[in-house]
Write a protein that binds this ligand. Structure first.
Ligand SMILES: Nc1ncnc2c1ncn2[C@@H]1O[C@H](COP(=O)(O)OP(=O)(O)OP(=O)(O)O)[C@@H](O)[C@H]1O
Length: 427
């Protein structure tokens, strides 16, 4: 089999399913006030020496500009994002190399750490009170995860954090592309089932680890699962190619290593907190969240179920932006909701329910919406379209992860004992 080995996975973010806001270029505002890089945080992990790196010596200045110091002060953009130029410093310790991503909380920059002599990923949180506060909770969670995960193999490792010009900055080990980046670059081709199994095992292991610590991630999605390495191979793939296909569609990419880590603990919550508000990114949101029934650990398990279907089919399972359509899609793929869940729906969700059943298709907003729901296959058929072997085990696992009633849903530990993982498979 012909294989081409490549190393770099580009981080460009054009997306036909845009969930992250595309960012425009930054402008340069320049009040003269230059502020030194203020390092208020603490080194995290097994680094023994820590020296604040906010001092610069005259030898580092070139024509009055601190080569190893901080750039002149600039205003943030209107959303509170930090403005930067590639190549300049973020404190004297870190040099900005490229932009890796952006989310609701801020931007993630690839930076060179002069002290540890390695590339790191730094999340620069927006200078807005609620995001700063959420970042402090994320730091707390990251430190707790690091303390309990000795090998640091499941969750991204925090290296350091500091408060710089009113932006909380969290320094992470640098990881590779997200599973979503990978699917997108692969023209949304599915992953082979043996790879899905490896990814599923690690993801469930991470979720079980977090749940044991009484933590609920609440935002599991392919964007928040990163491959550790950017390396991939190209293998021939003639499935679905036509004579009009471009050459790239005859090949598909496969990661060289299946190792993954979970990121983004900005929405992580403790089990004993109030769980009535809306959580999760739409496509991965559990029915109890939509129906306002309250949620707990099982909402992560539902997200894992949706993610695994997406990895095996290449496409998000519930591509919708609307509650009633979303619930109707669930019924199409998984069968009718239990009456007792619809009866308990809160006041906001009552409008989707009529005489004890979902108000569908009567309540649909358009014909297109009805079409989008009707074209969805049953779960079994969807999996059978993409999986040749292990389909039975995989379907059974998914049915356990996607149980409507959260109390019936598999726990992460139960899922790890499922025959999809344990059955002896001779090569
Ligand atoms: N350690 C890392 N290594 C490489 N890339 C990273 C790392 N951490 C984050 N990224 C990239 O930056 C993006 C945004 O990161 P993250 O999800 O933590 O930000 P966020 O603002 O909390 O996002 P969200 O809007 O999903 O809450 C990720 O999708 C990923 O592409």
């Amino acid at each position: 089999m012909e294989m081409e080995c490549l190393t770099e996975f580009p981080h460009n973010h054009m997306d036909r399913r845009p969930r992250k806001r595309p960012r425009l270029g930054w402008d340069v505002a320049q009040p003269p006030k230059a502020q030194p890089g203020m390092l208020c945080g603490q080194e995290v992990g097994n680094v023994t020496s820590y020296a604040p790196s906010n001092h610069t010596t005259s030898s580092l200045f070139v024509k009055g500009v601190a080569r190893n110091g901080s750039p002149p002060w600039r205003d943030d953009d209107k959303d509170g994002h930090y403005m930067f130029a590639l190549g300049e410093n973020l404190t004297s310790r870190y040099r900005i190399n490229s932009k890796m991503g952006e989310g609701t909380f801020g931007q993630v920059l690839e930076c060179w750490d002069r002290e540890r002599k390695e590339m790191v990923a730094i999340k620069i949180v927006r200078s807005i009170k609620k995001y700063r506060e959420a970042a402090m909770i994320e730091i707390d969670v990251l430190q707790q995860l690091a303390k309990n995960d000795r090998n640091g193999a499941r969750c991204v490792q925090i290296r350091n954090w500091f408060d710089y010009r009113n932006h909380i900055c969290i320094v992470f080990e640098k990881l590779g592309p997200s599973l979503y980046d990978f699917l997108r670059k692969n023209n949304y081709r599915s992953f082979p089932i043996d790879l899905v199994r490896e990814l599923a095992r690690q993801l469930l292991d991470c979720v079980a680890f977090m749940h044991d610590l009484h933590l609920i991630h609440t935002d599991l999605k392919p964007e928040n699962i990163l491959l550790v390495s950017p390396e991939y191979v190209k293998v021939p793939d003639y499935k679905g190619s036509s004579r009009f296909s471009s050459e790239s569609s005859y090949f598909k990419r496969l990661p060289k290593s299946s190792a993954i880590k979970v990121i983004d603990f900005g929405s992580t919550t403790y089990e004993n907190q109030d769980h009535s508000y809306i959580v999760s990114t739409r496509h991965y949101r559990a029915p109890e969240v939509i129906l306002g029934l309250g949620w707990s650990y099982p909402c992560d398990i539902w997200s894992v179920g949706c993610i695994l279907v997406e990895l095996c089919s290449g496409e998000a399972l519930f591509q919708t932006h609307e509650n009633l359509e979303h619930l109707a899609m669930m019924e199409r793929v998984l069968g009718p909701f239990p009456q007792h869940m619809l009866k308990r729906a809160d006041r906001h969700a009552e409008k989707y329910i009529r005489r004890g059943r979902l108000d569908w298709p009567e309540g649909a907003t358009s014909r297109d919406s009805i079409k989008a729901v009707t074209k969805l296959p049953r779960l079994q058929n969807l999996v059978m379209q993409h999986v040749d072997h292990s389909a039975g085990d995989f379907i059974d696992l998914l049915q356990g992860l996607l149980k409507y009633d959260p109390t019936d849903r598999l726990t992460a530990r139960e899922a790890l004992r499922h025959t999809f993982f344990t059955r002896d498979r001779k090569p």
